[in-house]
Write a protein that binds this ligand. Structure first.
Ligand code: GCW
Length: 676
């Protein structure tokens, strides 16, 4: 039902046949301020236990007589109230302690947000029927765990597939922020602590006094969940909104203008997280207009935010349009070219936000080499929950396994272990800040993202941001149990579908590192291999009748492979050591080139497209096997999507196979292509 969609993984559905004797009979929440995450934790525990066990328990706000209690609060408040000097020396900010071993369940946070996270952890265990006695500390891997929403002021959402904005309408902040509050609750439950609410292609009208007041209202509904609000800025605002003659970041009037605006925002939002800036990218204004560096542009905001403890997330997604007639031209080179020389010039509260791959959220990309080129700069990874190039929520694609290929990737900086996850946490290069951001783009749709199954990606994003060493399948299964219940056939079926979904999508949309062969000029949806070349965006395949792939070697190509540290560069420089799944990313080869698998490139194309689309066909009967085990509305919604995907996967298969069959003239050994 619609409520199930909205509640997502926080349904607190009844656990049949469970005796709730062991559940404590009251809650002590050590803060009475309704905007406190500790207060929210109390309410959430009460609601969850009511839902799961049908048991009403009261909330008190100070130590009581009963030992059968769940006590939730900060370590500081607990020590005071219980006269007990228990503290947690090693907990990071937002971390918590959960102890269910005694009659009194302790949920203690390093801060108030941590206490709320601990409460959600406990409820997640109970909702999954897990009554193990536990006692442990949990700390985040990195301090920045944010979402980016690409919501426009008119209420539309760039690359959003879940309906219009929950924040904006007609140029203003919406009056009713119920959905914004519900969203913050979902985010908090997976320990996301910040959300940028407007599009990186930012509209200056966000900064009018009326809208700044509106931002204050959004922050008010976020605050009880420990989610800090942040905003995207338009670099030219001092000129377009402020009527100054310039937006030069070193001009005193511009500096003053941003200082004033920042003061005004902090008056409305005293705990604002910070700013996100897309500058000199895809037509957006930026410091380069005035021959100032990107670092000077970023530091302009860093200075304004510094007194308030705010952070500037400065996007590395900067590139110029390119001409394909230049063999050495390569969009993938751009980020390192723009940013490497600026290493060490960014202020300490600037974080360079880097898309996971060097191009743009493709189905398979090598890890962005920029992570290995900024040793004196804070960095964060940018992921996409919204499936821009990956089927736009009409295709099931569980993304955690893709993200893990990047987070776990060892860049071998200075020939030493240098995983992306340890770089973005700040650990590898001893940086004070870092973390992750994911473009989410939820909308007013009662499924949030437009598809029930797509919510596994939002859930997994939060879990991995907290702990990137978690297993993708284990995360998925927590989500399945919380979203659809404990029936093992549901668990097995959705696990199978989800775990097979990314490989399947890669197989029928863009294999061997050729990128997602989707329409690049307009929709980013559906097959369109013919416009992958000759576009100015530099998302190229360089396919002709004999050969395919981008030569990114140092020896003969664009030199991109050389942006990696030596061990990785050497691996990618040579086709014999490049993994098959990235062959065409790094090398320009004949269609008859033999892969490690023993297949030729072209035969791999044909086979992969049949295999991948074949897997998508199986999702329909797999899902149908759950009829009657899932409420009708969610069952039918998902069935509709799976039938669509099954059909569209065949469109993909035939479009791609026919295209390369026509181009190469090489027959399919299986006799399928061209004969359907
Ligand atoms: O992936 C591309 C998208 C744009 C987006 C841009 C970016 C918000 O097609 O819609 O703009 O990247 O990340 O800035």
């Amino acid at each position: 039902a619609a409520e199930d969609g909205l509640a997502a993984w926080l349904r607190y559905a009844p656990l049949p046949g469970v005796n709730h004797q062991a559940i404590p009979s009251n809650i002590v929440a050590l803060n009475t301020t309704t905007s406190s995450p500790v207060y929210s934790a109390g309410v959430e525990l009460q609601k969850g236990i009511q839902g799961i066990f049908g048991k009403h328990i009261d909330i008190g706000y100070e130590k009581g007589e009963s030992l059968s209690t769940i006590v939730v609060g900060t370590f500081g408040a607990y020590s005071q109230e219980y006269n007990n000097n228990f503290n947690a020396p090693d907990l990071e900010e937002d971390g918590f302690w959960l102890n269910t071993q005694n009659d009194t369940v302790q949920i203690l946070g390093q801060n108030e947000r941590g206490a709320l996270y601990g409460a959600f952890e406990y409820l997640s265990m109970l909702a999954q029927g897990n009554f193990t006695k536990v006692a442990y500390f949990s700390s985040p891997h990195a301090p920045i765990r944010w979402t980016n929403e690409w919501d426009n002021m008119d209420g539309s959402i760039e690359r959003g597939f879940g309906g219009p904005s929950i924040f904006f309408q007609n140029g203003l902040i919406v009056n009713n922020l119920t959905r914004a509050a519900e969203y913050a609750r979902l985010l908090a439950s997976v320990r996301i602590n910040g959300a940028i609410v407007n599009n990186v292609n930012a509209n200056v009208t966000l900064l009018t006094p009326q809208n700044i007041a509106g931002l204050g209202r959004i922050a008010d509904v976020f605050r009880p969940y420990g989610v800090q609000l942040g905003i995207s800025l338009n670099f030219a605002s001092p000129q377009t909104l402020g009527n100054l003659s310039t937006f030069d970041p070193l001009d005193p009037s511009v500096i003053e203008w941003w200082g004033n605006i920042t003061d005004q925002i902090y008056e409305a939002v005293p705990d604002m997280a910070g700013y996100l800036v897309k500058a000199n990218s895809e037509g957006q204004p930026g410091p380069l207009t005035y021959n100032r560096t990107l670092a000077e542009g970023a530091n302009l905001f860093a200075n304004a935010l510094q007194p308030y403890g705010g952070i500037v997330m400065f996007r590395a997604f900067v590139y110029n349009m390119l001409n394909i007639s230049d063999w050495k031209a390569d969009r993938a080179n751009a980020a390192v070219q723009f940013f490497k020389e600026l290493d060490g010039q960014f202020d300490d509260n600037v974080v360079v936000q880097i898309k996971y791959g060097p191009i743009d959220f493709q189905v398979r990309e090598p890890t962005s080499p920029l992570f290995a080129n900024l040793l004196q700069t804070n960095t964060a990874i940018e992921l996409q929950v919204t499936q821009e190039y990956l089927g736009q929520q009409c295709h099931l694609v569980y993304l955690a396994p893709l993200w893990k290929t990047i987070l776990d990737f060892d860049l071998r900086v200075d020939n030493r272990s240098s995983t992306v996850s340890n770089i973005i946490s700040g650990k590898r290069f001893n940086r004070p800040l870092g973390g992750s951001a994911a473009v989410v783009n939820v909308g007013t749709n009662t499924t949030w993202l437009g598809s029930h199954l797509a919510m596994s990606n939002l859930y997994a994003y939060g879990r991995l941001a907290w702990n990137p060493s978690l297993d993708s399948e284990a995360i998925l299964q927590d989500w399945i149990r919380l979203t659809f219940g404990l029936d093992p056939s549901i668990l097995n079926t959705i696990t199978q579908m989800s775990m097979e979904s990314w490989p399947a999508y890669e197989n029928y949309s863009g294999n061997l590192g050729i990128q997602t062969l989707t329409d690049i000029l307009y929709t980013h949806f559906g097959p369109n291999p013919q416009n992958m070349d000759n576009n100015g965006y530099g998302q190229w395949t360089r396919a002709d009748h004999l050969t395919i792939g981008m030569d990114r070697t140092v020896s003969n190509g664009t030199g991109f492979a050389g942006q990696y540290p030596p061990e990785i560069a050497a691996m990618y420089e040579d086709p014999s050591t490049t993994p098959d799944n990235l062959l065409l990313w790094f090398h320009h080869v004949n269609y008859t080139h033999l892969l490690h698998s023993g297949n030729t490139v072209i035969q791999h194309f044909y086979d992969a497209h049949y295999n991948g689309s074949g897997v998508a066909q199986t999702f329909v009967p797999l899902w149908e096997s759950l009829k009657g085990k899932i409420d009708d509305q969610r069952f039918e919604d998902v069935l509709f999507r799976q039938e669509y995907q099954a059909g569209h996967a065949i469109v993909w298969r035939d479009a791609i196979n026919d295209f390369y069959h026509n181009l190469s003239g090489i027959p399919d050994l299986g006799g399928r292509v061209g004969n359907h």
